[in-house]
Design a protein around this ligand. Structure first.
Ligand code: ZN
Length: 260
C-alpha cells in the first residue's frame, strides 16, 4: 500500500496542450504533419541528434530510430496526456481513492477570466517574462473542446456550436491553467465528489487557516495563484513562495506521519 501521495501539477486527466502542439484532435494518437509534435517526435530527428552528439549508439538503434513512429503510438507520452487516454484509464478503474492512503495535490494558476461573462482565461501580464509559458497559457485559455473526437467525458455538448463557453456547463477550471495543464486535470483523478476531495485556497491565507489535520482517503487540493508550471519545482529559485511551499509540505508530511 502507498502511504501518502503528493502530486505537483500532475496531468491526471490530460491536457489540451498536447493537441495544440500537434496531436490530432479527431484522431489521436495521430500527429498533424509539420506541427511541433511531429518535429519533436520524428525518429529521424532523434537519430540525427544522437549522431551529432557522438553517443555510442549501435547502428541497429540508429536505424530503428530513423524509422520510428513512436510519437504516433498509443504507448507514448503524448497520447498518455490526451483526454481520451485519461478517460480510458478512469473507465478501467485507475485513480480510485484508497481509504488508507493520504493524498495531496498542488495546483498553480497563471490565468484569469477574460471577462465576467466568459469562462475563457488569459495569462496575467507579469508572466510575459516566461514567454513560452505565456503563449501556451493563452492558447489553452481559449481552447475549443468541441473539436475533440471522441468527446471527453467532461464535455457535455457534443453538437453545440462553441463560442465563448457560455453554452456549456463546464466551469472555468477547464480553461484556467499553469501554461501546461488545466487546473481541473491537476486536482485529482476522476470528477469531484463531496466525500472524496477538499479544495483549499492556498494563496493569501495564513498557514493555520489552510492547514487541517489530513485524513486518509481524502484528496486535499491546494491552489497557488499567480504561479506557473515551474514556479514551485523542479528548479530552486529561492523565492519566498517556494520556501513557504516547501515548509508547508514538510509540516504536512510530519502531520501525516503522526496520524498514521
Ligand atoms: Zn475535487
Amino acid at each position: 500500500m502507498i502511504f501518502s501521495i503528493n502530486a505537483i501539477s500532475a496531468p491526471f486527466r490530460g491536457t489540451q496542450l498536447v493537441y495544440l502542439l500537434g496531436e490530432r484532435a479527431d484522431a489521436a494518437p495521430a500527429v498533424r504533419p509539420l506541427s511541433v509534435g511531429s518535429v519533436l517526435g520524428n525518429g529521424s530527428i532523434l537519430s540525427l541528434i544522437y549522431r551529432l552528439s557522438f553517443l555510442k549508439w549501435s547502428t541497429f538503434m540508429q536505424t530503428a530510430l530513423w524509422k520510428s513512429d513512436w510519437a504516433e503510438s498509443r504507448d507514448a507520452t503524448p497520447f498518455d496526456v490526451t483526454f481520451q487516454a485519461a478517460d480510458e484509464r478512469e473507465s478501467d478503474g485507475e485513480g480510485v481513492i484508497e481509504p488508507e492512503t493520504f493524498y495531496q495535490s498542488h495546483v498553480a494558476v497563471m490565468t484569469r477570466q477574460y471577462s465576467k461573462s466568459s469562462r475563457m482565461q488569459m495569462p496575467t501580464l507579469n508572466h510575459i517574462t516566461s514567454p513560452m509559458m505565456y503563449i501556451c497559457a493563452r492558447l489553452m485559455g481559449k481552447f475549443d473542446y468541441s473539436i475533440l473526437r471522441p468527446s471527453p467525458s467532461f464535455h457535455q455538448l457534443d453538437d453545440c456550436v462553441f463560442t465563448t463557453g457560455s453554452e456549456t456547463s463546464m466551469g472555468e477550471e477547464y480553461w484556467a491553467n499553469d501554461g501546461v495543464v488545466p487546473i481541473f486535470s491537476r486536482w485529482h483523478p476522476l470528477p469531484c465528489r463531496r466525500d472524496h476531495c477538499r479544495h483549499l485556497e492556498t494563496t493569501g491565507q495564513p498557514d493555520e487557516d489552510r492547514l487541517e489535520t489530513p485524513r486518509p482517503g481524502i484528496w486535499y487540493v491546494n491552489q497557488e495563484d499567480d504561479a506557473h508550471h515551474m514556479s514551485l519545482v523542479p528548479l530552486w529559485t529561492n523565492t519566498d513562495r517556494q520556501k513557504q511551499w516547501w515548509k508547508r509540505l514538510g509540516r504536512w508530511l510530519s502531520t501525516v506521519e503522526e496520524n498514521r
